[in-house]
Design a protein around this ligand. Structure first.
Ligand code: PLP
Length: 445
């Protein structure tokens, strides 16, 4: 059954429906970043567990999972019941709510560096607020970030992405705006260097360290395939930022409550000054949070710095946070389960590609992983540029389209991560691997 729409979705099918949607929704989807996710059209009718169903009633096992929020799968009964109950109780009053206490306590208990938070409605928004706070508190303007890391689309951080970077072949220090319409000077206070490169870090701090307000990074990089920090790198960043009075900001939008119950900062034992959380935090409701020590949050606590929003901390979003984090706190064993499931996917993919004689690049932290079909093998220490140069984007896309036709969805861009949830059973994973194995075989035809 459809959601009671007054249009003939069944007759149109995915392709026809997508065309009709494009007439009324610019680009056919409400995020430009997601506009290229379905080269083979899919229009969703239902999502439950690890599956989505399209308007043709095709069933797909999903490894994109809404880009990462659904650690318990789609329509998880606990989160769902809580949020539905909250809507009945009033989901937005604009006043403090009794749920704020539990939500705040859960976050500050689970995430090592956070003593105080503020809620926002998207990762982009929370990051923009965090950067502004760091600039206000340090009295400096420069923000240092890294090739391939994505921190949303706000004015001083949205720069041309990794593919554009390579296409142009220019040095990463020459930042270009990431979108039409940005003011030309938008990135004049933003620096970028390669990540996982201690020498580049030392060099930029020697040159500009005393003007750097903050360094922002994904502590496990997950927006240009998954890349784990090299040994000692996060510690070195922590040390050099402290030495120069710059703040360290971990964008844990993806990694928070995903790679570990306390995020990447707990997994690697490095405490940033500010942390951004979203995705798993709210089980798919539009919610994000940023926070740090009481000292770091002092300007906001005194209401001298500003973060605002009618929907910031609305009670439905906070209920979703409470239900999700309660469930995680009560079941910390899920991270062992997710590790096992992630390993099963990684092993399955590795075998499927190897058995067909294809080179593949696989990286994983728990239930967060990436896989990329390659034209030639790359070494384990390959840089992002070397990896991207070796990826067979077209082949990867063809395998994805064949897999989608046979009932498995993952993002067609090999730089986008896969997300495994507790709702993916061993049988689901094995069934998906059988489909992908067949899809790789089709590539030879
Ligand atoms: N930071 C990271 C690491 C992300 O992956 C994303 C989105 O995927 C964002 C920030 C932006 O979050 P949002 O899309 O909620 O604005």
């Amino acid at each position: 059954e459809g959601a009671g729409m007054d249009v003939e979705a069944d007759d149109l099918g995915n392709e026809g429906m997508q065309a009709k949607i494009k007439e009324v929704i610019a680009g056919g989807i409400s995020s430009t970043m997601r506009a290229f996710a379905t080269p083979r059209p899919i229009v969703v009718r239902l999502a439950e567990g690890c599956r989505v169903w399209d308007v043709e009633d095709n069933e797909l096992i999903d490894f994109n999972m809404g880009y990462g929020p659904h650690i318990f799968g789609y329509a998880d009964a606990d989160v769902l019941d809580g949020v539905a109950d909250q809507f009945r109780r009033g989901h937005l009053t604009g006043m403090p709510h009794e749920l704020d206490l539990e939500a705040g306590r859960l976050i500050t208990t689970l995430v090592p560096s956070i003593e105080q938070v503020k809620f926002a409605s998207s990762g982009t928004e929370a990051i923009a607020a965090a950067l502004r706070l760091a600039r206000a508190a340090t009295g400096r303007t420069v923000v240092l970030t890294f090739e391939g890391h994505y921190h949303g689309w706000s004015e001083t951080i949205h720069r041309e992405g990794k593919l554009g970077l390579l296409r142009q072949g220019h040095r990463s220090t020459e930042l270009r705006p990431g979108a039409l319409g940005m003011i030309p000077e938008a990135l004049h206070h933003t620096l970028q260097i390669p990540w996982n490169d201690p020498e580049a870090l030392d060099e930029v701090f020697a040159r500009a360290g005393d003007s750097i307000a903050a360094v922002i990074m994904e502590p496990v990089m997950a927006n240009a395939s998954v890349v784990v920090p090299v040994d000692g790198y996060l510690e070195r960043v922590r040390q050099v930022t402290r030495a120069h009075g710059a703040w360290l900001i971990f964008d844990e939008v993806i990694t928070g409550f995903r790679v570990d119950i306390g995020g990447a900062q707990r997994l690697f034992g490095v405490r940033p000054d500010l942390t951004i959380l979203s995705k798993v935090l709210g089980g798919g409701l539009p919610v994000a949070a940023f926070g740090g020590s009481r000292e770091a949050m002092a300007l906001l606590a005194r209401n001298e710095a500003t973060h605002a929003g009618v929907y910031a901390g609305n009670h439905a979003a906070i209920r979703a946070v409470v239900e999700t984090l309660r469930k995680i706190s009560r079941n910390p064993g899920i991270y062992d389960d997710l590790e096992t499931k992630g390993q099963r996917v990684e092993t399955g993919l590795g075998k499927a590609f190897a058995d067909s004689g294809r080179h593949v690049h696989l990286q994983r932290v728990g239930s967060l992983l990436s896989v990329a079909l390659l034209t030639e093998p790359v070494g384990p220490g390959a840089t992002m540029r070397e990896l991207i140069a070796a990826i067979d984007f077209e082949g990867h896309r063809r395998v994805q389209m064949a897999a989608q036709r046979a009932g498995v969805y993952y993002h067609p861009n090999p730089l986008e991560p896969w997300f495994v949830s507790t709702a993916h059973s061993d049988e689901d994973i094995d069934a998906a691997m059988t489909v992908i194995r067949a899809a790789i075989t089709e590539l030879a035809d």
